[in-house]
Design a protein around this ligand. Structure first.
Ligand code: NOJ
Length: 951
């Protein structure tokens, strides 16, 4: 509180959204949202009508048109509710088998928002030229490989089948409804063909509409919530769509929600939650640890999984969306998507393995590019380090205690009156010197840049944006929207306006030709984008009014969920491009959408310092990962509250196994930097931090792998063992990429034991004690006794884990440190393999081949021996490779070597190597294993070599 003072504290208490009340009242439930009510009522009517329910939407068979050159079919669709309204359907099959289904209103009164996918996609997908559509009397279909996509005409139904089995069905429950644009006065009565039980007799369209849409026009033209009124000038335009996954009993994804990874039902007898999952990026104060409420980011991606296959859908919609989930049987899943506006634009990802789904999604929206190496170290944040001296003192204390840390963060108080970029001179008089002091040991700083610009002419960033007329407009479409945020009266850049892009990027330059320059910054300063949902303290649901106007005349309602991604995207480009040659940017975002993974990391926002939040944080990081957002983490320690020491220790143990590892705390909390703790806790956290640092080679290699495959860095059980039904619900343990490391974070207070599930008939070695545990092909739980310092961490038999074990103050100081290899032989006792990826850590030359990628392979040698080889997977002779040519392997540990060796040698050398051999008893039941330690094999990391163990 030092720099903020009493006035500051009061100011925050007043400004912080409902600082002292329960926040659920600030956010809508489905029953308070007109279009969600309408969507759910539709589904309730369908349920009541049961088998007589029939979707009024059908394809006009005579309109079906098949492209002669590409796998595209288009057709006219009509709804018997409104025969005069035209819809157009287009279904494309991409080269990789993904199917894209689009439907829009044709020649409507207005245009529906159709650009959501264009912001999410990394490139326009390539449409297959080989797949052929064939039109029949009842449907048009394309068969390719063991897949077929069938568009049935009446009712309209789109089905993806594999080997004749249904995988994904759109409109299988008949809940498709695209509310067409209409004038406010009521429509004339028309005759129409009925549907379902009414189909026999021609009935008045109004009756049919009432049967399908309900009697009343519920919240069509305006809508009130608390003290706000949404003017809804375009009237109703929602889109309801059911997506069924027959033969797939478990669904995952649609982050971000504080829920289990395997999504519990929201309707039906098995419902855990009463409200649908909501996707509407929101700044939810003190969010619940188990809820379907919206949080800061939205990724409309859902995986459906069974022992036979994994499929997924990406529903490219940017408006507020509610999703009901229901599992009618243990073998199938239903979802009902209700969106406020936008066209139907659904990508069906056929799988059939989780890896295939990740690759298909990554081809659509990209993967997380390899981050700067330092960004995988430990980040120390707090709201706020209050001065340059404060930062220096914190750095000094870390160094005195020999605790590694890579990044110090500055929250909003560094900025004069919360005018981001502008240092508060009284407390940060020497920001460049401070940054240089931090950078002297390879460390970085991250400062916060929020999207709200203080509306004052003495803030050049605001003034330039205002002059350029690139700020979001109020509902009148004129002038600048004004709302309230940390900086008081504020405006927001309209990142949908291309005119804002080059300008915003240029603001990160240290010297600009025109306008204000951020001269008192350096390239060791990276960026944190917060509040970009956007958070507006005096707005409806703490965000922008939906009738605000963006570039192109689109309402905020149409683009809301994408808003945060654009700010993140342009910030990350600005940071990358501020230096020549460009460097990898680090930008943390709170708000995100499909595709945000291309721009940096995210965190799970303002969690609470409770055990429940620690638990759900792990589940949220897993869920974000499967929807692409793999560079993820939660505030270590919990943002709100003062965790006790036990909790803090456990939270650091969770943190070191998060892709993004940052401690953060609210301004009202007590200081809790790890050096402040008493022993033994201080020592425990020091050890925990050192484990993270020793494993940086694993994390970096994991990110390298994820950047190429789209497979998340943290892999839940169903991704590792897709056929193991017992693992489908597991979300409290996970693997780190393909490293073979299995982690079970402990997130409960005072427990003295836990269990770890081993899904296969394989040996797993305790990382710390080296004791083996044995799984079973039927799946087996092993019991692990716990002390506060115990981290259940296992190496799967068959893996090679590279580490660097010398404690350093920051990760760049480890660049020339030697490696240790843990070779965990599999159950045969002979085989293991693993990868190591290295490069200069922050430049982009790795993209043109300047990196080191080694493969370590252990195999049988003779009858009983083992041979360990290091092979090259990288282009030879790069600058980086040369720079580490002296870096050695200083220790090799072989776990699971059945017999004591006679001799250990490097092939090509006469001198045998020194080694020790011991036996380690099993963790629970089962046989002991031998562990061989080769002390100094004197082999180089960049060279090919073979170590032969003669037994
Ligand atoms: C809200 C963010 O979620 C939190 O991390 C940050 O400390 C505050 N804003 C102040 O910037």
């Amino acid at each position: 509180m030092r720099s903020v003072g009493l006035f500051g504290a009061l100011f925050f208490a007043l400004l912080a959204p409902d600082a002292f009340s329960v926040k659920t009242n600030d956010f809508k439930t489905c029953s308070q949202s007109g279009f969600c009510r309408r969507g759910r009522a539709l589904s309730a009517r369908a349920k009541d009508a049961a088998s007589s329910w029939k979707s009024p939407y059908s394809v006009d068979a005579s309109s079906v048109s098949i492209s002669p050159s590409e796998a595209v079919v288009t057709a006219a669709v009509k709804s018997s509710l409104y025969p005069e309204i035209k819809f157009e359907l287009e279904v494309r099959v991409h080269e990789d088998g993904v199917v894209r289904v689009r439907m829009d209103e044709k020649d409507g009164l207005r245009k529906r928002y159709d650009e959501a996918a264009s912001w999410a996609l990394v490139a326009e997908p390539v449409i297959s030229k080989d797949v052929q559509w064939t039109a029949g009397k009842k449907d048009v279909r394309a068969v390719y490989g063991d897949l077929s996509i069938v568009v049935a005409y009446d009712p309209l139904r789109v089905t993806l089948l594999r080997k004749g089995r249904e995988q994904v069905v759109l409109n299988g429950q008949g809940l498709l409804h695209m509310e067409h644009f209409r004038a406010k006065e009521s429509l004339p009565e028309v005759q129409a063909d009925g549907a379902g039980e009414e189909a026999q007799v021609p009935i008045k369209a109004e009756k049919l509409r009432a049967w399908f849409e309900g009697e009343e026009e519920d919240a069509f033209w305006d809508e009130k919530f608390n003290s706000w009124t949404d003017s809804k000038p375009k009237g109703p335009e929602s889109l309801s769509l059911d997506i069924t996954f027959p033969n797939h009993g478990t669904v995952y994804g649609i982050p971000q929600h504080a829920t289990r990874l395997a999504l519990p039902s929201t309707t039906g007898d098995d419902a855990t939650f009463s409200d649908p999952y909501r996707l509407y990026n929101a700044d939810v104060f003190e969010y619940l640890a188990s809820s379907t409420m919206s949080l800061y980011g939205s990724i409309p991606v859902m995986h459906a999984h069974s022992a036979d296959s994994t499929v997924a859908i990406f529903n490219a919609v940017a408006s507020e969306t509610w999703i009901d989930v229901h599992h009618p049987t243990s073998k199938s899943s239903h979802s009902h998507w209700i969106s406020e506006s936008g066209i139907m634009d659904v990508f069906i990802l056929p799988g059939p393995t989780p890896e295939d789904v990740f690759a298909q999604y990554a081809r659509l929206t990209g993967s997380t590019p390899l981050p700067a190496h330092w960004s995988l170290g430990y980040h120390q944040c707090r709201w706020n380090y209050v001065s340059t001296d404060d930062v220096r003192t914190v750095q000094k204390r870390f160094d005195e205690e020999d605790m590694p840390v890579d990044v110090f963060w500055l929250d909003i108080e560094y900025a004069e009156e919360h005018k981001y970029f502008i240092w508060e001179e009284k407390t940060f008089p020497d920001p460049v010197e401070m940054t240089n002091d931090v950078a002297a040991v390879g460390r970085k700083m991250v400062v916060i840049i929020d999207p709200h610009l203080k509306r004052t002419s003495n803030y050049p960033v605001y003034q330039e944006a205002s002059d350029l007329e690139i700020l979001v407009k109020p509902k009148s479409g004129e002038g600048e929207y004004e709302g309230w945020c940390w900086s008081g009266s504020s405006s927001w850049i309209d990142m949908f306006n291309p005119g804002s892009w080059e300008w915003w990027k240029s603001v990160f330059k240290f010297q600009r030709e025109n306008g204000w320059s951020w001269t008192n910054s350096t390239d060791a300063v990276h960026i944190w984008n917060d509040m970009n949902e956007p958070s507006v303290f005096n707005g409806p649901e703490i965000t922008m009014p939906k009738d605000n106007i963006h570039f192109g005349g689109w309402e905020h309602r149409d683009v809301h969920n994408i808003n945060g991604m654009l700010f993140h995207n342009l910030t990350s480009q600005g940071v990358a491009e501020r230096t020549t040659p460009h460097k990898r940017p680090f930008v943390l975002t709170r708000s995100f959408y499909a595709g945000s993974q291309r721009f940096g990391a995210m965190w799970t926002g303002d969690n609470l310092g409770t055990w429940d939040h620690m638990t759900v944080g792990v589940q949220m990081v897993l869920a974000n990962g499967i929807a692409g957002m793999t560079f993820a983490g939660s505030d270590v320690g919990g943002f709100f509250g003062n965790p006790d020491t036990d909790m803090l220790v456990r939270w650091y143990q969770v943190g070191i196994f998060s892709p993004f590892f940052r401690a953060h705390a609210h301004i009202d909390t007590k200081r809790r930097e790890p050096f402040l703790l008493d022993e033994p806790y201080k020592g425990m956290i020091k050890d925990i931090l050192r484990i993270r640092y020793s494993m940086l080679p694993v994390w970096y290699t994991a990110f390298w792998e994820s950047s190429r495959t789209g497979i998340p860095v943290l892999r839940p059980h169903y991704v590792m063992f897709p056929k193991d039904t017992a693992g489908f619900e597991i979300d409290d343990q996970f693997f780190i990429a393909s490293s073979g490391l299995l982690v079970k974070p402990v997130t409960e207070k005072d427990i003295t034991e836990t269990t770890v599930y081993l899904a296969e008939d394989q040996v797993y070695y305790n990382y710390f004690t080296e004791a083996p545990s044995y799984g079973s092909s039927k799946g087996k739980r092993i019991t692990v006794p716990l002390e506060l310092s115990t981290i259940p961490l296992y190496i799967r038999g068959g893996s090679v884990v590279p580490t660097r074990e010398r404690p350093r103050r920051s990760s760049p100081l480890m660049a020339h440190d030697p490696f240790t290899l843990r070779v965990a032989l599999d159950k045969t006792g002979f085989s293991a393999k693993g990868d190591l990826y290295l490069d200069d850590g922050e430049g982009l030359t790795y993209q043109t081949g300047d990196y080191v990628w080694r493969k370590f392979v252990a195999e049988k040698n003779g009858k009983k021996g083992v041979r360990l080889a290091s092979r090259n997977l990288s282009p030879a002779g790069g600058e980086y490779e040369k720079s580490i040519k002296d870096v050695r392997v200083e220790k090799v540990t072989i776990l699971g070597l059945a017999n004591q060796p006679k001799e250990v040698k490097v092939v090509g050398r006469d001198e045998p190597l020194a080694w020790t051999y011991k036996t380690v008893a099993a963790g629970d039941k089962g046989k002991a294993v031998g562990v061989l330690v080769i002390k100094d094999p004197a082999v180089l990391i960049t060279q090919d070599w073979e170590i032969v163990i003669d037994v």
